[in-house]
Ligand binder design. Structure first.
Ligand code: NDP
Length: 454
């Protein structure tokens, strides 16, 4: 078996790679472990210098890195360049802030001195998905490396070129070999890697199934995990909302990355008096999105990342429609020989349908017409996921009150839900646990050691 890098836009095989042999895997883990012993001794200033260099390289060569992503998983090139630049931003953010976030913290105690010292753990395994193949990795790697850990990446099998490019950019920036290692291994090697004593913790972004399986393995080994899993984020539009802005934000959120984002708004609860107007605007805006070759600058949505993802999404739509959901905007997986999926809007969604119960990981908007805000909140919370949420209303005080009632890790009011370096990010319920980014993220993979002086 080999790893294949396939262009989902035309199904061509771009490259193939052999999986690591057992001996190569052993060497990589040994190298990561030995590098950690030196890396943990380096100063924040030394680490910052390398991290800033890495940011410069990403920006300088953003088109090159972006094209790899577009070719392997179909992201429209403009968005891909944006993603690479965002990775540079997170490198800079932690280069500047890591030392402050990890300073000793004095505790109030009956001691002559008591403080918490934040110390690195060692090699942290990152199991990452294909949808934001650089950003998901950098938002883990920048804080982890700045904290003195080393990173080991098992990336999704459809983005091996991106996975190797990330390792390469860290090396080019001057990080020592073993500070960040990409392992081209199949999923069935993960158990062995998690069990390895040299691996101290695991972070996974991906599906609920993968998260549950990895958490079980890590739990058995008493190793810390952070999980960032699926979402079916609600987007509530109250009758007093700025309708223009709400519809535009709703469509941009649903369509980003061709609908393949964990924090894309997926379920839209709109108050009845403005429902028709909202649906019309949403339809017009979705129809205006341009598709085509994702390497073209004016492409808004490309193919989905893999054929099977487009097929699976169409199945979820078909079952929902067979059970009574209404198609308000028709699109879908029109040519099964391609991975292109055209935007859709469904209404009349009821419990029991895949559109109600599951995550639709592609450009399908699910619209619920509700009598009032309380019904919107009830539907929003009637889901096993709890990642992000959005509320549009001119009454910000009411918006904040409602935000507190939503079961999720993040709520954005009158703005598009996003993850960015300075704000904590993560979910509750089956969307996972732990937080990434900001000062919270960098403290996930450190030993928060209490030191007491009597
Ligand atoms: P997966 O969860 O299968 O893949 C994510 C990562 O986990 C990949 O590196 C994958 O490796 C690995 N993985 C898969 N299964 C296991 C396992 N049992 N143990 C350890 N690691 C595992 O996502 P898919 O690509 O299959 O996408 C399916 C669905 O997952 C989407 O429709 C969406 O609902 C959700 N998803 C959510 C994401 C998010 O951002 N939260 C991102 C991507 C997907 P490999 O590629 O080798 O299988």
């Amino acid at each position: 078996m080999k790893i294949r890098s396939i262009n989902p836009a035309d199904n061509t095989v771009l490259k193939t790679y052999d999986y690591l042999t057992d001996a190569q895997l052993e060497n990589a883990l040994a190298k990561a472990d030995s590098t950690f012993k030196n890396w943990r001794q380096t100063s924040f200033a030394e680490r910052s210098q390398l991290m800033l260099k890495c940011a410069d390289l990403l920006e300088q060569d953003s088109r090159h890195y972006a094209e790899l992503m577009t070719l392997e998983m179909g992201k429209p090139i403009k968005q891909a360049i944006g993603e690479v630049n965002k990775c540079a931003a997170v490198c800079r953010y932690y280069a500047h802030h890591a030392e402050g976030f990890l300073q000793d913290e004095i505790m109030e105690a009956e001691a002559s001195k008591c403080f918490v010292s934040y110390e690195p753990l060692g090699a942290v395994l990152a199991i990452m998905p294909w949808n934001f193949p650089y950003w998901q990795v950098f938002r883990f790697a920048a804080p982890a490396l700045m904290a003195g850990n080393v990173g080991i990446l098992k990336h999704a099998s459809n983005v091996p070129q991106c996975a190797l490019a990330i390792e390469e950019v860290f090396l080019r920036a001057g990080f020592p070999e073993g500070a960040f290692t990409t392992l081209l291994v199949p999923t069935n090697k993960i158990e062995q890697i998690i069990k390895d004593d040299r691996v101290k913790a695991v972070t996974l972004t991906g599906s609920e199934g993968a998260g549950s399986s990895v958490a079980q393995l890590a739990g058995r080994e008493i190793k810390k995990t952070v999980l960032e899993l699926g979402g079916s984020d609600p987007f509530i539009i109250l009758a007093d909302a700025d309708l223009e802005k709400a519809a535009e934000t709703a469509v941009n959120s649903r369509m980003i990355n061709t609908g393949q984002s964990c924090i894309a708004a997926k379920r839209f609860m709109v108050e009845a008096p403005i429902a028709d107007a909202f649906l019309q605007k949403m339809k017009t805006l979705m129809q205006a999105k341009k598709t085509g070759n994702p390497l073209d600058d004016d492409c808004d949505f490309g193919p989905m990342a893999r054929h099977d993802l487009a097929r699976e999404l169409q199945k979820q739509v078909d079952v929902s429609v067979a059970n009574g959901a209404t198609i308000f905007l028709d699109g879908g997986h029109q040519n099964p020989d391609t991975a292109y999926f055209y935007p859709m809007i469904l209404t009349n969604i009821k419990p029991g349908m895949p559109a109600y119960e599951d995550e639709l990981f592609g450009p399908v908007a699910l619209v619920f017409v509700v009598p009032d805000a309380q019904e919107a909140i009830r539907i929003a919370n009637d889901h096993r996921y709890g990642l992000g949420a959005t509320i549009f209303t001119q009454d910000v005080t009411k918006g904040e009150k409602l935000a507190r009632q939503i079961e999720s890790g993040n709520v954005f009011i009158n703005a598009m839900m996003q993850s960015s370096p300075g704000i904590p990010f993560g979910g509750i319920k089956k969307s996972g646990y732990g937080r990434e980014l900001s000062f919270v993220g960098i403290r996930e993979f450190v030993n928060q050691k209490t030191i007491w002086v009597g």
